[in-house]
Design a binder for this molecule. Sequence first.
Ligand code: GLN
Length: 498
Amino acid sequence: MFDASLTELAAALAAKRISSVELTRLFLDRIARLDGSLNAFITVDPERSLAQARAADRRLGAGEGGPLTGIPVAHKDLFLTEGWPSTCGSRMLANFVAPYDAHVIERFNAAGAVILGKTNMDEFAMGSSNESSWFGAARNPWNPECVPGGSSGGSATAVAARMAPAATGTDTGGSIRQPAALTGICGLKPTYGVVSRHGMVAFASSLDQGGPLARSAEELAALMNVMAGFDARDSTSLERPAEDYARELARPVAGLRIGVPREYFAEGLAPEVAAAVQAAIDALQKLGATTSDVDLPNTGLSVPAYYVIAPAEASSNLSRYDGVRYGFRAPEYDDLMDMYCRSRAAGFGAEVKRRILVGTYVLSHGYYDAYYLKAQKIRRLIANDFAEAFKRCDVIVGPTTPGVAFRLGEKTADPVQMYLDDIYTVAVNLAGLPALSIPCGFGRGGDAGPASDLSRGGLLPIGLQLIGDYFAEARLLGVAHQYQRGTDWHRRAPPIGH
Ligand code: GLN
């Protein structure tokens, strides 16, 4: 059951081979068994989940089920979920119970999906390792000494460890794709504006985008069919006709023009990752795709530009946490100003404070032109690079991350080292493009060569990134699905919980 796909689960539910209550219990039991060591969940509330499962069973019994009715899905803890704690991985919101549902949660509820729990994440989604969570780091099920990536690390761990069939995440600079890559699962960051941000705790509003994590491209498509859609409460939500994200799954790869950016295979990429990504490109060529080199000349500026723009927006968004209206308030203080200061000093962790300081600095009088405005100009250049590239190719293929999962603590002392890990993901957010990550091999870390034999042990997953032009989600999912029809990387399960 834990390896069953969403389609298989839906079939089992429809045929009454299992009820939603039974299915939900199975996953809750597995969480109880494994999550003590993996820490993927911040909140599980079996009573609430089972109440939803009972309602789903009634719907299924009346023959009113859809593709996700009765299926448990885990949600990143920055999606507001009515009646559930919605902590965003922060002490600031540790006791915050959401008074309403995010648009994404509304959509899953309407589809009859069961909320399985709220997943661990970097504090306010700031991080690439899940180590900045107030609730402690989530751990990589392939090796619990390693990080699962971030910031949607709990969602990725939950899906990779088969504690949840699917999960939601958000991606501001890679936080769906990077943890998907490091835990050996699939994740899609949609075109900016396709998934509503209403009820998603804001980090950097011009970059934040929700999306799905699952074990196959086919399942990502099914999840997107529920998550995506216009929402008037998000002013950047795009009003477009509804689309079926599964419509290109069967489309052959033959004739696909793949662009391979030189800049993505330069210094800093682990040889084992380069080899696995190259092997995946070869496999796509065997399916009839053609490849050509493309240039993304401003790639090297994407991390510096992102780490000006994202903190600038974060510093503004996080000004709402003042200890007055909701969230953490310091227990003792002298006057109002002291209450603000003490509440924010104790409520936010080190990485969040670093971002607020950087963001406030780059927006301040005298530095705005030198940093913020310059970063916005670079953002335009980066978007232009992609526009040029997409004149000559349909998808851009490269690595998701420079290496496999690193050890807990390895990069916490050096934030710049941590930020550089985002080199292949942040440009996509700056340009607002869709991209996904799917597993394409395994590596050992360090400078080891390619490894494909799981029995050698100590192996960690490698992610392949596919980047598309605006609204090319269905095409990306189709290419990924065709690749997955001929490969089994996405079926490999981490060596735990058997
Ligand atoms: N690692 C990036 C950061 O720390 C991206 C995070 C994200 O996508 N939420 O900002």
